[in-house]
Design a protein around this ligand. Structure first.
Ligand code: 13P
Length: 307
């Protein structure tokens, strides 16, 4: 029989006892067949709780690694191994060890957009949904934060703690300009502008809200405005439009497009379910330490907060 790719995915998903999860930035057809679509924090929490034997992670490599760390004994597959995160690649475990040696009293906080090897060098992880609250809750007054400089600056402006930041940025978010905000205000004067904390500080300062992707989805759902300008990766517009068919969404800048998020397609999902490859595994000595950093985040970060 000749099955459509959707039917093949449905049959394999049952046979493999698999769950398909997708990040809010994934292409529309992938979001539509996923069991769950969410932000990095929600997908990590989900991985830590699932009964499924297989997790097909439609997102980028560090997210699948986090799922593998939080769901020991389960099989985690990433449909396309090319789906990396250039931001995560800006910092190495050696870089973190050097920072710690220079600032021995500081807590080391790794954004979830890091490799498992970097997480293993950190005291705990954060996502953009909980960075500010988790950092505020730390006993230390000094905090090393890697790798996103813009998110680090955002947190620094809202806390009295001293942040030591790294110079990593997300190419898509960091390319948003103040001029994009000016143009959006002119073209859509009634629309709130909502941006991700990975945008440059000058852009974040001029926005109406600075939120992670989960926070943005909640903001547009509950806000009375009919029209919004969105300053994060374009893939999120699909979910916003699907959940709010009576509202209008515009992208803040054409730069907001992540090439590696787009490697996932339905053929790749079907192949991953059939072959249980490419499999994401973390060596045990790294996994034990990296898992601890993620679990501390889950404990401290269950309640979502903007920023
Ligand atoms: P969220 O945690 O807001 O989903 O962001 C994901 C991400 O990778 C941004 O770079």
């Amino acid at each position: 029989v000749d099955l459509s790719v959707d039917e093949e995915i449905a049959a394999l998903r049952r046979r493999r006892r698999a769950v398909i999860v997708a990040h809010n930035y994934q292409p529309a057809p992938v979001q539509d067949i996923a069991d769950y679509v969410g932000d990095s924090f929600e997908l990590s929490a989900l991985a830590s709780q699932t009964d499924a034997e297989v997790i097909v992670f439609c997102g980028v490599h560090f997210m699948a690694e986090a799922a593998a760390l939080l769901a020991p004994g389960r099989t985690v597959v990433l449909p396309d191994l090319r789906a990396g995160c250039p931001l995560a690649d800006t910092v190495s475990p050696e870089d973190v060890r050097a920072l710690r040696a220079r600032h021995p009293r500081a807590a080391v906080v790794a954004y979830v957009n890091t490799s498992a090897a970097v997480k293993a060098e950190a005291d705990l992880c954060v996502t953009s949904a909980n960075a500010l609250r988790v950092i505020e809750a730390l006993a230390e007054d000094e905090v090393i934060f890697v790798p996103d400089a813009n998110l680090g600056n955002f947190v620094a402006r809202h806390t009295r703690k001293r942040l030591i930041t790294w110079n990593g940025t997300c190419r898509a978010h960091n390319a948003v300009r103040v001029d994009d905000v000016r143009t959006a205000r002119r073209e859509h004067p009634d629309a709130p502008i909502v941006v991700h904390p990975e945008v440059p500080p000058a852009v974040a300062e001029r926005a109406d809200a600075v939120l992670g992707t989960g926070g943005m989805l909640q903001y547009v759902r509950t806000h009375e405005a009919r029209r919004f300008v969105i300053g994060t990766e374009a893939g999120i517009l699909h979910r916003m439009r699907r959940e709010n068919p009576d509202k209008e969404f515009h992208l803040l800048s054409a730069s907001l497009w992540c090439p590696t998020m787009k490697y996932t397609d339905l053929a790749g999902v079907a192949r991953a379910l059939r072959d249980l490859e490419p499999r994401i595994e973390v060596p045990p000595e790294v996994a034990t330490r990296a898992r601890r950093a993620l679990e501390r985040m889950l404990e401290l970060g269950r309640r979502r907060e903007g920023g």
